[in-house]
Design a protein around this ligand. Structure first.
Ligand code: NAP
Length: 248
């Protein structure tokens, strides 16, 4: 029996990177996995095929996490396909990094919409199901940048700090119904999102991390697995830094 056998999980933004790592870890742990993507349609379809080898129910959806209507239809489609939802991982996210001086209103708003409104949309859409069944685990992917800030990422940092405030509030609001809500704050995780950076900068980051390496999607997925499963049953309202010791 896997840690998530019998559970159904939704993971947003799983066509690549951390979300994909979470989808794989959850399917390996026995969960039915519903996941979303937006622009990477081929990668999303390939992941659906890849996950089938683990023998659980799997379904990919093209769904824009920043749109409330999409979140609502996603939840009803997943319930129709799998008969319920037990875990939601809000992972979809983007960056539009630049100094405030050059940041447009559009750059600011889009990052907030995709990274923060998405968490509101999915939590709101799944709330009724979780309340009815008197259980549920929500895991929101924030960032160490949301905890400590970062020059050149004021839009991203604001969205990720917003996720933390939202997470703590939902944990307080829904705890009495056995609904848990936690955030994970990854540090430097090596994915497509970071592959565009130059190697010298990346090596400098690795050297400054106490564990002397960037994290992998699996490192974040393992923390999600713990919080999604009954092993994390008494943990709510927390921010778990998965950052190789970067934040202490
Ligand atoms: P990534 O490789 O760029 O993947 C981002 C994922 O989000 C993709 O699957 C993308 O799908 C999806 N996505 C983007 N906009 C979407 C939307 N509107 N609706 C649905 N899906 C959408 O990024 P990553 O590094 O894995 O990051 C995943 C999460 O971890 C993000 O929230 C990020 O902020 C956070 N994080 C990352 C790091 C890091 O070092 N990598 C550190 C801290 C936190 P499509 O390509 O199909 O659009």
């Amino acid at each position: 029996m896997g840690l998530l056998t019998g559970k159904t999980a939704i993971i947003t933004g799983a066509s690549k990177g951390i979300g994909k790592g979470i989808a794989v870890a959850f399917a390996k742990a026995g969960a039915n996995v519903a996941f979303t993507y937006l622009s990477s349609v081929e990668k999303g379809q390939a992941l659906e095929e890849e996950l089938k080898q683990y023998g659980t129910g799997v379904k990919g959806f093209r769904s824009d996490a920043s749109k409330m209507d999409d979140a609502e239809s996603l939840i009803s489609d997943v319930i129709e396909a799998f008969g319920g939802v037990d875990v939601v991982v809000n992972n979809a996210g983007i960056t539009k990094d630049t100094l405030l001086m050059r940041m447009t209103e559009e750059d600011f708003n889009r990052v907030i919409e995709v990274n923060l409104n998405s968490v509101f949309n999915m939590t709101k859409a799944v709330q009724r199901t979780f309340l009815k069944q008197r259980s549920g685990s929500i895991i929101n992917i924030s960032s160490v940048v949301g905890v400590k800030g970062n020059a050149g990422q004021s839009n991203y940092a604001a969205s990720k700090a917003g996720i933390i405030g939202f997470t703590k509030s939902i944990a307080l609001e829904l705890g009495s119904r056995n609904i848990r809500c936690n955030a994970i704050a990854p540090g430097f995780i090596e994915t497509e999102m970071t592959a565009v950076l130059d190697e010298k900068t990346v090596q400098h980051w690795r050297d400054s991390i106490p564990l002397k390496r960037g994290g992998s999607p699996e490192d974040v997925a393992n923390a999600c697995l713990f919080l999604a499963s009954d092993m994390g049953g008494y943990i709510s309202g927390q921010v778990l830094n998965v950052c190789g010791g970067m934040l202490t």
